[in-house]
Design a protein around this ligand. Structure first.
Ligand SMILES: [Zn+2]
Length: 259
């Protein structure tokens, strides 16, 4: 298959999944089913027709408004769809075609859902992280026996050691900070460890803390927020995870060389 055709198919697939992620982001923290009923306008509750539910296009065609009540549709919906599609393109470009890439699709989508639910509700839902841990361990045994990240321990053992590293390090921080770290963060990093191994846990933690500190300091300087302002950590950990997934190997090599 020609590369351009492949990328177009992957992009459209990413948009469609992204549309489903919007449903997950809205419904999971509200305890609603993600399968039934079909999408509704959050303002007037009218079911949205299939032809009005095309990722990105409908948002533009409808002039950013609900067809029935005219309520403004948040720009987040097309943004989530586009972000998911772009991640899929980047993943297939970086990792090629294979089960491992398909698995990374699910992983990236899970991180997007975690990010927005954590921003909205300051929780990281078990519905995402617990199946993620199980799938990550299974993938370690069946999908990633081949050295996909050569700098991490591989296979089933690598997954278990990664999961334990993620769990213990964040559990320790939670105990030491007396509740500064939530249980959701612990489970999220257990999932990251199961999927990416123990070195990735350390690098992700470092990158996440670094990005989170920059954000926190900016809030203090530019918005006059106090030290005690609570910032959800999930989005920064998710960003750190994606950076690690794409270039963790290069970052570690670079770090070991300059040290
Ligand atoms: Zn409406």
């Amino acid at each position: 298959m020609q590369d351009s055709v492949l990328y177009i198919i992957v992009f459209i697939f990413g948009l469609i999944v992204g549309s489903f992620l919007n449903v997950c982001i809205f419904r999971i923290p509200r305890g609603k089913s993600i399968i039934m009923p079909s999408s509704h306008c959050p303002s007037c509750n009218t079911p949205i027709n299939i032809y009005d539910n095309i990722p990105i296009l409908s948002y533009i065609i409808l002039g950013r408004r609900c067809r029935t009540c005219g309520a403004k549709i948040s720009a987040r919906y097309p943004a989530v769809e586009a972000a998911n599609a772009l991640f899929y393109i980047a993943l297939i470009w970086r990792f090629g075609i294979g089960w491992h890439t398909f698995f990374y699709f699910m992983f990236a989508s899970a991180l997007i859902v975690i990010t927005f639910i954590d921003i909205d509700f300051q929780i990281i839902p078990d519905t995402i992280t617990l199946p993620g841990i199980v799938l990550g361990l299974a993938a370690g045994a069946f999908v990633f026996p081949d050295p996909f990240l050569r700098w991490s321990l591989l296979g089933y053992k690598g997954s278990v050691i990664g999961a334990v590293t993620g769990f213990l390090s964040f559990y320790a921080v939670a105990v030491l900070s007396r509740g500064g770290m939530g249980g959701g963060d612990i489970k999220m990093m257990t999932m990251v460890g199961a999927i990416m191994g123990w070195k990735s846990v350390l690098l992700t933690t470092f990158l996440g803390s670094f990005l989170g500190s920059i954000w926190g300091i900016s809030l203090m300087i530019f918005k006059g927020k106090g030290r005690k302002t609570k910032i959800p950590f999930g989005p920064f950990l998710a960003a750190g995870t994606m950076i690690t997934l794409f270039s963790g190997q290069e970052i570690l090599h670079w770090y070991l060389r300059i040290r």
